[in-house]
Design a protein around this ligand. Structure first.
Ligand SMILES: [Zn+2]
Length: 367
């Protein structure tokens, strides 16, 4: 993406004399690069890749997503817009469309052939080939070192074609990554895999106690959608139904908390609730948000080795790097957030940030 700074004309006079010349903004987002992996594999890095960012750029070591459903599209959109899924609407890679009565995929659009089509795969399957690839390879040391070499090649190409001194480089990740529950069990942690059928069964059982059969309309992690018609026909108080089902789910092994959406408006300041609230989009989110216990997988059955999507630290923790003209080489350990990235890029270029951006420009980059 190119920004031609001095053609925009909306920079402030005070900054106009000192603003560096930027010819290219290069924003790189790595899939599932948990922040601590950089330190872990640092010894294997060569010159010019991550080392260029670490030695020449401002390196935020303590950046965390603030939404609960740490999935791919949610992270990408948050980085690009500087706001939360509650605003940008990308609440998950896949969600249930209340009106159409079927699953919706985040980049699906039958009118635009460039976007992958779901014709040959089952509903809910993620059709972005890049996502499939990353899931099977995981985040082994070899992959991280290979990524380091790819970055080095890219930066060398930029240096030759544009010049790194004219380029603002921004690197982060769309989410972190969890280790396999079986591995965590070996280390002595309590962990396991939650079965979606079991979750639906528990919720339906709680519904039966209230006199409604098969009260669950749909479940797609992390949201459970209830059957509005059945609740109305039975003349039940919707809020009471949601709370009864959420309580039954919370009691289940492996579920840390099930949050009824109607409870999100309450003035509660639990950090987990805050993350669920940031994820809550009025027309897309379901009725109950299910949060797994740390290290548990909330996923379909099958031999899935790597997983993300929880509100826990290993999934929210990502690196943020800014490198470019006038930016100091420094490591910053204060807590910052990916919603700060878009407002920082805008401020650096003297441009107006996206209208709903809620992040704060990172001062270390701008000083
Ligand atoms: Zn991803």
């Amino acid at each position: 993406m190119f920004f031609f700074l001095f053609t925009a004309g909306n920079f402030t006079i005070a900054n106009a004399q000192t603003r560096p010349e930027v010819r290219l903004v290069l924003q790189i987002t790595i899939d599932g690069l948990r922040a601590d992996l950089i330190n872990r594999y640092e010894n294997g890095f060569g010159k010019g890749g991550f080392r260029f960012l670490m030695e020449k750029g401002t390196y935020y070591t303590n950046a965390h997503y603030q939404h609960a459903n740490t999935e791919t599209i949610v992270g990408h959109t948050t980085l690009a817009t500087g706001t939360f899924p509650s605003q940008h609407g990308m609440i998950g890679n896949v969600w249930f469309d209340h009106e159409a009565g079927e699953l919706a995929y985040n980049i699906e659009d039958p009118n635009h052939p460039i976007i992958p089509s779901r014709e040959n795969v089952s509903k809910g399957e993620q059709v972005d080939p890049a996502q499939k690839k990353s899931r099977t390879q995981g985040r082994s040391p070899a992959v991280i070192v290979q990524l380091d070499r790819t970055l080095a090649d890219l930066f060398a190409f930029i240096e030759k074609s544009v010049g790194l001194k004219y380029t603002l480089v921004v690197l982060s990740a769309d989410h972190g990554m969890a280790d396999m529950p079986e591995y965590m069990t070996e280390l002595g942690y309590k962990a396991g895999r939650l079965d979606p059928d079991e979750i639906v069964a528990i919720a339906n059982k709680a519904g039966q106690k209230l006199g409604v059969d098969e009260i669950v309309r749909f479940f797609y992690r992390p949201y459970l959608y209830l059957n509005d018609e059945k609740i109305a026909t039975a003349k039940l108080d919707r809020m009471k139904v949601e709370h009864a089902i959420a309580d039954a789910l919370t009691d289940f092994d492996g579920i840390a908390l099930a949050v009824a959406s109607s409870r999100l408006s309450a003035h509660q300041t639990n950090p987990l609730l805050e993350q669920v609230r940031n994820n809550h989009h009025v027309s897309r989110s379901g009725d109950i948000y299910i949060i797994q216990e740390p290290y548990w997988f909330l996923f379909d059955k099958g031999p899935v080795a790597a997983m993300h999507g929880s509100p826990w630290r290993y999934d929210t923790h990502v690196p943020i790097f800014f490198a470019g003209p006038t930016i100091d080489a420094q490591m910053v350990h204060r807590r910052v957030h990916p919603v700060d990235v878009a407002p920082t890029i805008a401020a650096f270029l003297g441009m107006t940030p996206p209208p709903s951006a809620q992040g704060t420009p990172l001062e270390e980059v701008l000083e």
